[in-house]
Design a protein around this ligand. Structure first.
Ligand SMILES: [Zn+2]
Ligand SMILES: [Zn+2]
Length: 258
């Protein structure tokens, strides 16, 4: 089967060549390791590794020469009041090729990429998360019109892709988006971002009462969306909410302690 697929891809390549989607690479793809990126680029994807913040999940600047350290809260999280989520986990940094993969996934109608992104999240979960902890996996919902246009909710596909890594957790979609919202990262002020998502989510039944929830999002940028979702989930009686994102958008990877 594998050989046949390789032949099919090779044949397709003669008619319509397939290239690595990493803008810095563009190598021609000749095997079916990954339909969108060459194995070298995909392996070089910017992973998040310990030490990272035990609340916001962002990596601490690497302490060269001090060897591996445990995870601990960053200075900013220590100063701020406790958020409605217990903690955020992010598997990757939002840079190419992951950035390109997520863009293809969300905006170019490539739902198949969920499998590859999910595999990255599963690797991270196996290494850093208590996978037995969660009763429910809840995807961040899209507004129904947006989901109809896109044909799928990317967070649901990610939640399904990583489900085997969380053996106790049931898929739950009682969180829904009550109205459309603007893209958080395009808004300029903190106040605007809070207003944009305030009241945009609701829980439709009591199935999350007393449950330990893992909320799934594709990219965490300003944390406004996941904060509001976690607040609504806790209001609906969830025991605790952890967030698990494919990637964190970190503006300046040189200064990572924010
Ligand atoms: Zn490549
Ligand atoms: Zn932090």
């Amino acid at each position: 089967m594998r050989l046949w697929n390789d032949w099919l891809l090779a044949l397709k390549n003669i008619i319509v060549p397939v290239f690595c989607q990493n803008p810095q690479c563009g190598m021609r793809l000749l095997t079916e390791e990954n339909l969108f990126f060459c194995p070298t680029c995909w392996e070089m994807s910017p992973k998040i590794e310990a030490p990272f913040c035990t609340i916001c999940g962002k990596p601490h600047p690497t302490a060269v020469g001090f060897g591996p350290r445990g995870n601990f809260p960053c200075a900013l999280c220590r100063k701020q009041p406790a958020p409605p989520y217990r903690r955020i986990y992010g598997a990757m940094i939002y840079q190419d090729p992951i950035k390109k993969a997520i863009k293809l996934f969300k905006f170019n109608g490539r739902p198949g990429i969920a499998k590859y992104l999910g595999a990255r999240m599963t690797d991270f979960a196996g290494q850093y998360m208590d996978v037995e902890r969660y009763d429910c996996i809840v995807p961040v919902p899209l507004y129904r019109v947006r989901e109809r246009e896109r044909g799928y909710n990317q967070s649901r596909l990610l939640a399904q892709a990583i489900a085997p890594a969380f053996p106790r957790a049931e898929h739950n979609e009682s969180l829904w988006r009550t109205r459309p919202t603007a893209v958080q990262s395009l808004l300029h002020s903190h106040a605007e971002r809070i207003r944009n998502v305030a009241g945009a989510f609701a829980v439709k039944d009591t199935s999350l009462a007393g449950k330990t929830v893992l909320l799934i999002d594709d990219v965490v940028t300003t944390r406004g969306t996941v904060t509001e979702c976690a607040r609504v989930l806790c209001e609906a009686g969830a025991e605790s909410v952890d967030v698990f994102a494919t990637a964190f958008a970190i503006d300046n990877p040189g200064v990572r302690d924010v």
